[in-house]
Design a protein around this ligand. Sequence first.
Ligand code: PGA
Length: 254
Amino acid sequence: MRLIVVDNYEAMSRKAANMVAAQILLKPESVLGLATGSTPLMTYQFLIKLYKDETINLDGVTTFNLDEYVGISKGNENSYHYYMEENFFKYVNIKSENQHIPDGNATNLEAECFSYEKKIKSKGGIDFQVLGIGNNGHIGFNEPDLKFEAVTHPINLDDETIKANSRFFESEAEVPKKAITMGVRTIMNSRKVILLANGQNKTETIYKAIYGKIDPHLPASILQLHPDVTFILDREAASLIKDTSDMQYVDLYL
Ligand code: PGA
């Protein structure tokens, strides 16, 4: 595991965008795994800037988003289709046929999950996966559970996730109760993973993800076993981290 600790959210976002940009420069046909939520918002802004500056060209890039709610339309402003369009896709040149997000309105959710997983495989798997982390330790919408769910699957959202995400909705009652998410194996099969976290509400979860037991009750803990994972944290999210002797590479930009 590599750990990069920077001063603040902006520095975290710049670092993440630069790592994605390096991936695209070194492999223009990269398959990227993308995340939504508050955390990667500024990363997308930096990537858009790098595209506008002509530092990167996304013409050959393919993307797969981690997850999508079940039961809200793609045009709903809380859907991840909408989020991706408004915060990233409409500003860059990723071909629309190369943008993939699970269809939360599919009549047969199991079939949709199967086909999503198959599409990822047909593109040769994910080269570079961007992750956030939920307060409950989820990655994608892989919620705390008795076991790690391997492949893309429908999931009932955790009460904590519903509460956390209600800030985007009019009320908690409006938050969908179900979603489709890539599985833990789908994520772990990515060649490179970066996980971003900022702010003090993530501090304890980050500590457990890095030092805790590898346990499906804290899904992000499985990343301890990934051969090429980098946690990019701001100072607050990293504030419980003391012992870095097991890390391959520690970059403290403080
Ligand atoms: P956030 O969500 O970026 O909005 O904090 C992260 C997540 O739930 O994975």
